[in-house]
Design a protein around this ligand. Structure first.
Ligand code: DOR
Ligand code: ZN
Length: 343
């Protein structure tokens, strides 16, 4: 196939950051996506309706002229989040709240220490129709980093979905066959996002032949059997799996460092790379469901009406991108060839 036309897709998980960085990240995403679920891990985090509304305004102001891109805002859950915060968030148009176990990833120090303490908040979210988005990794230092997702399922996720069957839960950026199995065997109120990097790569791409900091993200890339399980999951066309890039920019110097940051900035090529994966899987007919239908349906939002077209026309991702402040970002797949292009 040389060309594929899809309903315009949405990105159900990304990081825009703030201030000047928005002038890079918002246009890059609005290039392909109509809507995006915007993660709240700013410094300080987006913990209430007021902060979410102000952040939304800053994102809207960074849209390219004429763009109809729509940010969908989320709240960052902490042990101080109250039932009233959830009600106010709903009123302000916030669609979801994100659970980061404390210390799990970038800017998550303020996050949740005792998940059970948040159960009244989860109950109110179910009541108000706010989705619970979960970074599913335990954070205890003695737990091997490659086992953290599996252990989170066993220790917390099973309990959360059991206690709150009405709560819609998105298991974000899943990386293991354990997560695929959990989602497949859970109720219709449990779904998952999958990133381009976890479909394209495994831990060899992080560590063989030298450490590759631009492939480092959290949850960390896993062994190839897990990558294959994710690929198989999306190839089935199951509506429980949908597109969430986890596009997460960090300046070049912060990634190419003795203690490099986690995150792949994929907005420049994400949709095209997903198309590449689905083509490799001989499942291009399942791309539209994954990219444009399943997420909207799960969130209870209308599907987009516009169409976009991808053509089989190879191009190279730039080696770096210059930010408005003059700093560089190395995008995901930098210098590599992408097979599909946006028409
Ligand atoms: O790799 C990641 N980067 N994983 C996350 O969960 C957060 C993100 C970030 O904000 O940089
Ligand atoms: Zn993320």
């Amino acid at each position: 196939m040389q060309q594929i036309t899809l309903t315009q897709p949405d990105d159900w998980h990304l990081h825009f950051r703030d201030n000047d960085m928005l002038l890079e990240t918002v246009p890059a995403t609005a290039r392909t996506f109509k809507r995006a679920i915007v993660m709240p891990n700013l410094v300080p985090p987006v913990v209430n309706a007021e902060l979410a509304s102000a952040y939304r305004e800053r994102i809207l102001a960074a849209r390219p002229q004429g763009s109809d891109f729509e940010p969908l805002m989320t709240l960052f859950l902490t042990n101080n989040t109250t039932v009233e915060d959830i009600r106010a968030a709903k009123k302000a148009g916030v669609v979801a709240a994100k659970l980061y176990p404390a210390g799990a990833t970038t800017n998550s120090d303020a996050a949740v220490k005792g998940i059970e303490a948040l159960f009244p908040v989860f109950a109110e979210m179910a009541e108000q129709g706010l989705l619970l988005l979960i970074h599913g990794e335990v954070t205890e230092s003695h737990v091997d980093i490659f086992d953290r997702e599996k252990l989170f399922i066993e220790k917390f996720l099973v309990k959360i979905v059991d206690q709150f069957p009405q709560l819609k839960v998105v298991f974000e950026h899943i990386t293991t066959s354990d997560a695929v199995d959990f989602v497949n065997t859970s109720s219709q109120n449990v779904a998952a996002t999958i990133t381009p990097q976890h479909l394209l790569l495994n831990r060899n791409d992080l560590l063989v032949g030298g450490v590759r900091p631009h492939n480092f993200c959290l949850p960390v890339l896993k062994r190839s059997t897990h990558q294959q399980a994710l690929r198989k999951a999306v190839a089935t066309g199951s509506s429980k799996f949908f597109l969430g890039t986890d596009s997460a920019p960090h300046e070049k110097q912060a990634k190419e460092s003795a203690c490099g940051c986690a995150g792949c900035y994929s907005a420049w090529s994400a949709l095209e790379l997903y198309a590449q994966v689905f083509e490799e899987l001989d499942a291009l007919d399942k791309l539209e469901g994954f990219a444009s239908h399943h997420g909207a349906d799960f969130y209870g939002l209308p599907r987009n009406t516009k169409k976009i077209t991808l053509v089989k026309d190879a191009w190279q991702v730039p080696e770096s991108i210059t930010l408005p402040n003059g700093e560089l970002i190395v995008p995901f797949f930098a210098g590599q060839t992408v097979q599909w292009a946006l028409k």
